[in-house]
Design a protein around this ligand. Structure first.
Ligand SMILES: [Fe+2]
Length: 304
């Protein structure tokens, strides 16, 4: 299913903790997603991580208020957008990467195993031969350990599969964007039961993230404010290791897998999985229009 499983804490990842990117988080209350603008402290270059396109699914209506906030932030500061990063193909919100790219430029990047996700969901949504499953909708497909630059900063993508096969964590100086590999310490971890997900693989990916330096800042893709607390989306490796309710130090792989499997059995499908996946496997583009120029999303019956 995945051909690059992390080998655990022994697999050292080079980090440069003295580099401190400026990180601004934008919380989307509709989907509990946090989108980020990550700015190089030494130039005007920036990247956007995990943008959100608004959808009123009941009405079949797309809009861009959340993306427009990111665009305004970047324009007001005179920043140059170099990258639009997707930590994975999200199942709970639609990406706005192409909408932002059209206005600000930049390249859209995701993990190379998006091809696995495209293949699995291409079948579920009966996408037919016009839908390419080679990742060509994206501008860049990152391999495990691959580096890229944002201005003067070097960023590194490391494979952290388990929630989905294409999940990656992006390490930029002293900040790591973990996608749905981890939640805040009191939120635990994301589900591993989507097609292509695997709790055991997720555990190993998490240990890989938690082998980063203790003071590494970790930025979450989601927060559900457990217990009704304020929304929080930044923590550290040390905090996660000390107190994550699912994967703090001392919790074994088997304990985690058992917990994750029994918890996942209780979860319903995310309410936007059907529109999200169809758009996100196309890098955030809507399905092709029909001969009348109208675009449609499908609902596979008993397919998920
Ligand atoms: Fe996710």
């Amino acid at each position: 299913m995945v051909d690059s499983i992390p080998t655990g804490p022994s697999e050292a990842v080079l980090t440069r903790m003295s580099l401190k990117p400026e990180v601004t988080g934008f919380f989307d209350p509709e989907t509990n997603t946090i989108s980020y603008v990550v700015k190089d402290p030494h130039s005007s270059s920036c990247a956007v991580i995990d943008s959100v396109m608004d959808i009123d699914y009941a009405a079949g209506r797309i809009s861009h208020a959340a993306a427009d906030k990111l665009i305004a932030h970047i324009r007001e500061r005179g920043l140059t957008l170099e990258w639009l990063i997707e930590t994975h193909a999200h199942a709970d919100h639609l990406s706005a990467a192409p909408y932002i790219q059209e206005r600000l430029g930049g390249k859209i990047g995701i993990g190379e195993h998006i091809t696995v996700v495209q293949d699995v969901f291409g079948k579920i949504f009966n996408e037919g031969t016009r839908f390419q499953r080679d990742g060509s909708q994206f501008d860049a497909l990152f391999k495990d350990g691959e580096t890229y630059s944002i201005g003067t900063m070097q960023a590194r993508a490391i494979a952290t599969p388990g929630h989905t096969p294409a999940c990656m964590t992006h390490i930029i100086g002293n900040a790591a964007f973990v996608g749905d590999t981890l939640f805040m310490p009191d939120g635990g971890t994301a589900r591993a039961d989507f097609p292509g997900g695997d709790a055991r693989v997720l555990y190993r990916s998490i240990r890989k993230v938690l082998s980063l330096p203790g003071e590494m800042r970790l930025f979450m893709c989601h927060d559900y404010a457990p217990g009704g607390r304020e929304i929080r989306f930044e923590t550290t490796v040390a905090e996660e290791r000390a107190s994550n309710i699912h994967v703090r130090d001392g919790i074994t792989e088997d304990e985690f897998v058992q917990m994750r499997a029994s918890r996942d059995r209780t979860l319903g499908m995310p309410k936007l999985i059907i529109p999200s996946i169809q758009v996100n496997i196309r890098a955030g583009n809507l399905p092709e229009p029909d001969e009348d120029g109208k675009r449609f999303l499908k609902v596979p019956l008993n397919g998920l």
